[in-house]
Ligand binder design. Structure first.
Ligand SMILES: C[S@@+](CC[C@H](N)C(=O)[O-])C[C@H]1O[C@@H](n2cnc3c(N)ncnc32)[C@H](O)[C@@H]1O
Length: 198
């Protein structure tokens, strides 16, 4: 697996906020971030829609607790149970209303003061479909994608609209990632659920 050590700089923040050293990871795929988190000493609960991905993740990180889950469905966790949720490159496949619903579900599952670390496609991600031809919604396209036939691309306004006052911003940065053959442009967002920490 190619390296993409984006979580490195956030490990101290994750350690500070993870309840019982546990991290929920959404859209884990074959376990790239799962492995990174487990190696850093966290218990990882990881979800994905793909059973093949979960099998690969299990092989890579046998200690992770894995769950087959479609993000379009409510998260099967109680309110406030996670201090940290990681969602890398898996929140950008949905129409706007569903995207908002998913983010609201993440907010619900975080403890007060809990932290979400996520990355989504940027509208500048031209090598990965940001100039899509078949428009479903603004910056949401029909694509021939590996993980979905639909892909959303975010600009600053969309990020701001998605993460309202119920979130405090820790970091919000557009950046280029070199994990694929061609450079990929993403927004990396680290947000804290508003409210006092437990
Ligand atoms: C680009 S990969 C990102 C994997 C990993 N988080 C990373 O950054 O390396 C996107 C992942 O999202 C998953 N995914 C796509 N649609 C999903 C859905 N509706 N519910 C849950 N997972 C989904 C895919 O199966 C895939 O594993």
């Amino acid at each position: 697996m190619e390296t993409d050590p984006w979580l490195d700089r956030w490990l101290p923040l994750i350690a500070e906020n993870a309840l019982d050293s546990t991290v929920l990871e959404l859209g884990c795929n074959a376990g790239r971030d799962t492995a990174h988190l487990a190696q850093a000493g966290f218990h990882v609960v990881a979800t994905d829609i793909s059973r093949d991905a979960l099998q690969a993740c299990h092989r890579a990180v046998p200690s992770a607790l894995l769950l087959c889950h479609d993000l379009r469905e409510p998260l099967p966790f109680a309110d406030g149970v996670f201090g940290v949720i990681v969602a890398s490159l898996c929140l950008h496949y949905f129409d706007w209303n569903k995207t908002r619903e998913i983010v609201a579900g993440i907010h619900r599952c975080l403890s007060p003061g809990g932290v979400l670390l996520c990355r989504v496609n940027s509208t500048r991600d031209v090598h990965h479909g940001a100039d899509g031809a078949v428009v479903l919604e603004p910056n949401y396209f029909l694509v021939e994608g590996r993980y979905s036939s639909r892909k959303r691309f975010f600009d600053r306004a969309a990020i701001d609209a998605l993460f309202g006052p119920e979130w405090a911003r820790i970091a919000m940065e557009e950046m280029t990632v070199d994990r694929y053959e061609k450079p990929k442009v993403v927004w990396e967002a680290v947000l804290r659920k508003a409210g006092a920490r437990q």
